[in-house]
Design a protein around this ligand. Structure first.
Ligand SMILES: Cc1cc2nc3c(=O)[nH]c(=O)nc-3n(C[C@H](O)[C@H](O)[C@H](O)COP(=O)(O)OP(=O)(O)OC[C@H]3O[C@@H](n4cnc5c(N)ncnc54)[C@H](O)[C@@H]3O)c2cc1C
Length: 458
């Protein structure tokens, strides 16, 4: 028998953890779901590097949440930033309209707010070396990569030209490797006829990491393969070196023996380290749970919080059985939390979360990927074929899948980089605009409102 009033579920975050949970619960009219996200879109982070390097447009990897859920009348999508919880009163606190606080009451709560970039205690590096977590990051990197080449083209001094044509990528995990490979590939393959003074094929890309090999989590054999492929593409590897300083002129590194060295480069990209959303710490404080070094909240076996069986934390912000922060863990976690809410409503006990490992994949370059799946290791074209189907399968929306395949064909079989536009107005560009013009075109925030807190008009 259906309950007289629907069970109110608030889901925080429309990413890989929150979206599948919302979709699953939305199938039943027993639930009234409010999905709160501070962005209006779901983001397919694994392909951000292709937005940064000009293969894909932002819209192809970031479908709008409200549109994706338009057919689910029991789901309400709210664009808002969550900044606190009252677990006792079962309230989520957000800021929606500028300057106004709105409270959302719930019967069950799923928090899947993900993770941000970690600069390992050196947040000042962020001003110089942007990370790769959001569409804005990808657009900023696009501006820096293509902008640096424009500046190089306009210079007559050879040393300065080389400086602008040198890129340092910090972190040789999947994101760093994919970015480094793509910058070399776009320079050597796609831009070779676009410039008159510089030769883009001479672009230097230096990949720095404290580990011994790139992509160490794939095991020795695949990591060795990744190293050889990257070197063949012209990426210079500086392994076993920790970054100890970043400034506008370059990067300082240090090896295990304490020997220092410096790379001069105009562009540094940060692809190392993650820090859980601050919401993990807030939930931990309110529930007495602990957090790990990356700020992730330690959840119980069923992904709920101690003393609060109605509250779940999933995805990159939760520490579960030492699992890595990847899409599959977040998706399976979100689905488990949603299923647990359904079970409880039927009067059944919750079950512990069990993870089904579906393997991992990373693209090194054109038709070159490495894949690890339950002891099966693939590389080269075979690895790329698996990478292709996994990424196309996980993208949301038929239109995005079809247009992405067309773009991949144009970029990989052909030489095209059709998405090279960057907006100086959006990013406060520094190429040629006088300061007084820049000030005028920068977007203005919405005017703040004077009224006090409000409750959700649900
Ligand atoms: C560049 C990059 C490449 C990656 N490549 C791979 C890959 O190849 N394979 C793989 O498996 N994984 C990859 N990952 C990791 C994968 O993207 C994450 O594990 C996954 O997105 C985690 O899902 P989540 O739901 O926890 O967080 P997310 O998907 O990040 O979603 C979190 C959501 O919460 C919202 N949010 C955050 N804070 C608030 C707040 N205060 N108020 C309201 N909303 C908020 C955000 O806007 C976001 O929509 C990659 C990650 C990055 C950054």
């Amino acid at each position: 028998m259906r309950a007289a009033t629907p069970h109110r579920v608030v889901v925080v975050g429309g990413g890989f953890g929150g979206l599948p949970a919302t979709r699953l619960l939305a199938r039943s009219k027993e639930f009234e779901i409010t999905l709160i996200d501070r962005r209006n879109h779901h983001l397919f982070q694994p392909l951000l590097y292709q937005v940064a390097t000009g293969i894909l447009s932002p819209g192809q990897i970031s479908p709008v949440l409200r549109h994706m859920l338009r057919k689910r009348s029991n789901v309400r999508v709210v664009l808002s930033e969550v900044h606190g919880f009252d677990l006792g009163r079962r309230i989520v606190r957000t800021t929606a309209a500028p300057g106004r606080e709105i409270e959302f009451p719930y019967d069950s709560l799923i928090v899947a707010a993900g993770a941000g970039q970690s600069y390992f205690g050196h947040d000042e590096f962020a001003l110089i070396a942007p990370g790769m977590k959001t569409i804005d990051d990808a657009m900023e990197l696009r501006r820096r990569v293509y902008g640096a080449l424009e500046i190089a083209e306009s210079l007559s001094d050879d040393a300065l030209t080389r400086f602008w044509m040198t890129f340092v990528v910090v972190g040789a995990g999947a994101t760093g490797v994919e970015l480094a490979g793509q910058i070399r590939e776009l320079a050597a393959r796609s831009l070779n006829r676009d410039f008159r003074r510089i030769d883009p094929a001479t672009v230097r890309v230096i990949l720095v990491d404290g580990g011994e090999e790139p992509l160490t989590n794939f095991g020795d054999r695949l990591a060795g393969r990744a190293r050889r492929e990257l070197e063949k593409m012209g990426v210079e590897l500086q392994m076993g070196r920790r970054v100890v300083g970043v400034d506008p002129d370059g990067v300082d590194t240090e090896n295990a023996q304490g020997d220092k060295s410096r790379v001069r480069a105009a562009t540094t990209i940060w692809a190392a380290g993650v820090q859980a959303s601050p919401l993990a710490g807030m939930l931990a404080e309110s529930s007495g749970a602990s957090t790990d070094r990356a700020g992730r909240i330690e959840v119980l076996a069923d992904l709920s919080l101690p003393g609060h069986p109605e509250v779940f934390a999933v995805g990159d912000m939760a520490s579960v059985q030492e699992l890595p922060g990847v899409c599959e863990v977040a998706m399976q976690g979100g689905l488990h939390a949603a299923n647990t809410i359904k079970r409880r409503l039927k009067g059944r006990d919750s079950l512990p979360f069990t993870y089904r490992d579906l393997g991992s994949a990373a693209a090194i370059g054109r038709f070159k990927s490495i894949v690890s799946f339950r002891g099966v290791r693939l590389s080269g074209l075979a690895g790329w074929a698996v990478w292709f189907f996994v990424h196309i399968g996980f993208l949301n929306g038929f239109g995005n899948r079809a247009s992405t395949m067309v773009r991949w064909f144009r970029a990989m079989v052909g030489h095209a980089r059709p998405e090279r536009v960057f907006s100086v107005g959006h990013t406060g560009g520094d190429l040629s605009l006088p300061d007084d013009v820049k000030k005028r075109i920068m977007p203005h925030p919405f005017p703040a409102q004077a009224e006090g807190p409000a409750t959700f008009a649900g």
